[in-house]
Design a protein around this ligand. Structure first.
Ligand SMILES: [Zn+2]
Length: 296
């Protein structure tokens, strides 16, 4: 998969970059091992704005958006999902401007995974709940909502129909694979959401983090193949002997930044749960102990 990732990215914090006709990107200054160079907020339109993921609660980032919004008639805030680097700025913008928030729904609190570093925005509730295929029209833009559960159950991608751009949030990132953290993160749903994109014909993907993906279908196919390879790798390891997730991570992610290993453990767990649901593997007692192949 590595050959497909694009780690070239020139961060321009606090600068408005015109990335396509009628589309501006504003990069938030929140770089981390999970966010790459930070959250890319996309601002669409001339008078009535559509903003995809206003981003984290960082004053300097929000100030720039408020300056752009100044005197605009109405702001539509579209949230891809409720991780803390995507949605919290919506609350502050909403307090200070005439705006409407959109998203699939609030984060399902009963599925909260507290250990994970990326963090959740547990307060966000959209004014308008969107369903798969819903269209929202502004004077000079049309946004199509595409429900893509997997990374989180409330994840949405948004198509900008006039430009044939798909804003993929964290569902597809150009610089790294997406982390899937059970129980809300679901590998089976994620794979189905990848396949769903193969039936849509957007010319380019803009993820929240990193550079655009210019050959999207080829990239999605490579992601599917990568996840399938990981499944095969796990089954092969377990064929030899029962193993813990930690043991597998230290083998599969040898060359990966160790700060990402806890997330990698969760991704392996997500794959194991998906295999378990298909009857291929079993735990030897609890999700965090050892796993083995299901004996026939
Ligand atoms: Zn996320």
């Amino acid at each position: 998969m590595k050959q497909y990732y694009n780690k070239k990215f020139k961060p321009n914090y606090h600068k408005l970059e015109e990335i396509d006709i009628n589309v501006i990107r504003l990069l938030a200054p929140n770089p981390s091992p999970f966010t790459f160079y930070g959250t890319g907020t996309y601002i669409i339109g001339k008078n009535e704005l559509a903003i995809i993921d206003p981003g984290p609660n960082i004053g300097s980032h929000i100030e720039i958006m408020l300056k752009i919004i100044n005197k605009k008639t109405l702001v539509h805030l579209f949230i891809t999902h409720t991780h803390a680097d995507h949605s919290p700025a919506a609350k502050i913008i909403k307090e200070k401007t005439r705006s409407i928030t959109y998203g699939y729904g609030a984060y399902p609190k009963e599925r909260y995974e507290s250990q994970f570093e990326e963090g959740h925005d547990l307060d966000f509730k959209p004014d308008i709940k969107l369903k798969d295929g819903d269209i929202v029209k502004g004077p000079d833009w049309t946004i199509r909502a595409i429900h893509t559960p997997g990374h989180t159950s409330n994840h949405m991608c948004y198509g900008l129909e006039e430009n044939s751009i798909l804003f993929t949030g964290d569902h597809i990132m150009g610089w790294s694979t997406t982390v899937i953290i059970p129980p809300d993160g679901d590998m089976t749903a994620y794979m189905n959401s990848l396949r769903k994109l193969l039936s849509l014909n957007y010319k380019v993907y803009y993820p929240t983090h990193g550079s655009p993906i210019k050959e999207p279908k080829k990239f999605v196919k490579a992601l599917i193949a990568h996840r399938k390879m990981r499944e095969y790798q796990i089954l092969k390891e377990l064929f030899n002997k029962s193993q813990s997730i930690k043991e597998m991570v230290s083998k599969f992610y040898k060359t990966t930044d160790k700060r990402l290993w806890p997330a990698a453990e969760k991704s392996i767990l997500a794959t194991l749960i998906s295999l378990e649901n298909r009857g291929k593997v079993t735990t030897l007692g609890g999700k965090n102990t050892r796993w083995k192949l299901t004996s026939k």
